[in-house]
Design a protein around this ligand. Structure first.
Ligand SMILES: [Zn+2]
Length: 130
């Protein structure tokens, strides 16, 4: 199975083959700042199963992760492991926004006070284990 998606302007397109490793919402400060949003909902894939075309650049936000964005429109696309093993793909970039559903929330200790999570999914104060 192949799921396709892209950025707001359409210059960046991607294809992700197979099933994701996991699908999670991360509420950590790095994800909040990188996305400018209360949390980052993403599907994690082996980088080898993702094909990307178009103009991108990356900014390292930790020793492990860099954030990839479209250099034309600025859409935040991926949280890519710097060792090249895996990448997170923001869920709302898939052409089918219901293609994947998160299974948990982690780093909820960092979520803003006004955000109430009522979806019944497991919540972890810190990092959920693999
Ligand atoms: Zn773009």
């Amino acid at each position: 199975m192949v799921h396709e998606g892209g950025c707001l302007c359409g210059a960046v397109r991607f294809k992700a083959e197979g099933e994701p490793i996991n699908v999670r919402c991360c509420h950590c400060r790095a994800c909040q700042r990188a996305m400018g949003s209360p949390f980052y909902a993403r599907a994690q894939f082996d980088l080898s199963s993702v094909t990307i075309t178009g103009p991108t650049a990356a900014w390292p936000t930790s020793d492990r992760i860099e954030r990839v964005f479209c250099t034309q429109c600025g859409t935040r696309l991926f949280s890519r492991r710097r060792d090249g093993s895996q990448t997170g793909i923001a869920l709302m970039l898939f052409d089918d926004r219901n293609a994947f559903s998160p299974t948990l929330h982690h780093w909820v200790s960092e979520k803003p006070d006004w955000l109430e999570l009522a979806d019944g999914l497991p919540q972890y104060q810190g990092q959920a284990s693999a």
